[in-house]
Design a protein around this ligand. Structure first.
Ligand code: ADP
Ligand code: MG
Length: 246
């Protein structure tokens, strides 16, 4: 597989909620091993875009091809799509009634029918990677927000996805916990994971992103390298947005 092969190719993606046009023709290509950061004002459609990539939302129009597989088609096997694309949410969405280890092994055991020994070993190595080796048997609620988010990342990785989507993964965290989560994400990027990250962490974007995309009102208004977007923003809406958050 060539390094520049598109992992995700979105063509003219449209999403309406009733009369509300939320995505107005998004064209986006994410290459293998690429890290793409999406920025934009609240309500501009960033979460909706990520959720359609993972088929948590049905697109109204357009096509989404992941690894050559058109996931926008209504007859696509949704479980197969989700096995391949891990997602991390702002509010972790862990199962609070399960232990950390159970959260991580659940999908591999149930959906992939992995052997328990194998799933458990993998979970331990993922917990080591996110710096929480000792927490396998811990209750989710005994963990801090930052720890829970790192467990959520480990849980997504347990399915051995090709692509990871992050929707504002540090927005709900106390400031002192943000760094640990970003460090795990940086590690993942270094390992060559293909990632699409919605975040307002400009430091992370500058350091890790290959490309930054500015979404406003359901459209991509500008995209480029972090230097281009942050250093020389062209569109007045982007200049405005950066002035507000920086
Ligand atoms: P962002 O993540 O950029 O803040 P969202 O994708 O969450 O934006 O939302 C974009 C728009 O879509 C908003 O106007 C929001 O109200 C609307 N929206 C999002 N999800 C739904 C839904 N499930 N039903 C109806 N409207 C929705
Ligand atoms: Mg959002």
């Amino acid at each position: 597989m060539s390094e520049t092969k598109a992992k995700i190719k979105v063509d003219n993606l449209v999403k309406n909620y009733g009369d509300n046009a939320v995505l107005k023709g998004i064209n986006l290509e994410v290459k293998n091993n690429e890290v793409v950061v999406i920025i934009g004002p609240s309500g501009s459609g960033k979460s909706t875009l990520l959720r359609t990539l993972n088929k948590l939302e049905e697109p109204t129009g357009g096509s989404i091809v992941v690894d050559g597989y058109d996931i926008a088609k209504p007859d696509t096997d949704i479980n197969k799509v989700r096995e391949n694309i891990g997602m991390v949410f702002q509010h972790f969405n862990l199962f609070n009634n399960l232990t950390v280890g159970e959260n991580i092994t659940l999908a591999p055991l149930e959906l992939k029918k992995e052997a328990p020994k194998q799933a458990t070993e993998h979970a331990h190595s993922l917990l080591q990677m996110v710096g929480l080796e000792s927490k396998f048997d811990a209750r989710v609620q005994s963990l801090s927000g930052g720890q829970q988010q790192r467990v959520a990342i480990a849980r997504a990785l347990a399915m051995k996805p090709d692509v990871m989507l992050f929707d504002e993964p540090t927005s709900a965290l106390d400031p002192e916990m943000v760094g640990d989560v970003l460090a795990v994400m940086k590690d993942l990027a270094k390992q060559g994971m293909t990632m699409v990250v919605v975040t307002h962490e400009m430091g992370f974007a500058k350091e890790v992103a290959d490309r930054v995309i500015f979404v406003d009102d359901g459209q991509i208004l500008e995209e480029g390298t972090p230097d281009e977007l942050f250093g020389h923003p062209k569109h007045p809406r982007l200049q405005d947005f950066l002035n507000k958050i920086l």
